[in-house]
Design a protein around this ligand. Structure first.
Ligand code: URA
Length: 214
């Protein structure tokens, strides 16, 4: 075990849980019981905001019964469904959103079929949008069914409407968009509108990804 970067072997050492950074077998563990880390499967039609002065539904409504002051880690469009992380750990939220860490985000998009191989080649070569190039980390066609295809796109950036703009640029305007993973955290079979706590493994993996000076 390491406390604040110093290896510790004695038993019963006292630490301040509000400030101590503790690693066990190299993985950071959460010793603050006031910090919460949640995965939400955001429904379509719900804003990535904690409140809305025009009274539209927000993720704040979905966590209204929780006492912590939660932040959403980044945003999904109102029309986009899927994984949104929520936490009251402002430092981790800030790091996860910071472009220098380039956390990978995975999306499933429903688009008009057929999607030709050329599209994958163009995407992986990098597409120029009006506000600069987008680098696509991975792309695959998951399935084609009649006039629609489902494609998976992995990106490590978070400009506004980036997946919709990217796929429209290569001729495949998005009909439905779901975020299925943020770094090591996967949506899996989590039901729409529900919350779950991140596992210890997910949390230490997230910490590991952003464990460098900013
Ligand atoms: N890209 C989009 O176009 N929309 C989202 O909500 C997230 C990424």
């Amino acid at each position: 075990m390491a406390v604040n970067g110093v290896l510790v072997s004695e038993m019963g050492m006292r630490v301040d849980p509000r400030t101590a950074v503790i690693h066990v077998d190299g993985a950071r563990i959460n010793v603050r019981d006031d910090l919460v880390y949640l995965a939400l499967n955001k429904p379509r039609g719900v804003l990535s905001a904690m409140s809305d002065d025009r009274g539209r539904p927000t993720v704040g409504d979905l966590v209204a019964d929780r006492s912590e002051r939660l932040f959403h880690v980044g945003r999904l469009d109102g029309d986009t469904e899927g994984l949104l992380l929520l936490t009251n750990d402002g430092e981790l939220a800030h790091r996860l959103m910071h472009p220098s860490f380039g956390i990978a985000k995975t999306y499933l998009a429903t688009v008009p079929a057929p999607v030709h191989k050329e599209v994958a080649r163009r995407l992986l070569a990098g597409v120029e949008l009006e506000d600069g190039p987008v680098q696509v980390d991975a792309f695959r066609i998951v399935q084609t069914h009649g006039e629609r295809a489902i494609v998976e796109v992995v990106l490590h950036e978070g400009r506004n409407h980036i997946v919709r703009r990217l796929l429209a640029e290569v001729g495949h305007p998005v009909q439905r968009l779901v975020r299925t993973a943020v770094g090591p955290v996967r949506l899996g079979g989590q039901r729409v509108g529900t919350l779950r706590e991140l596992s210890r493994e997910e949390l230490s993996e997230l910490h590991r990804l952003v464990d460098k000076p900013l």
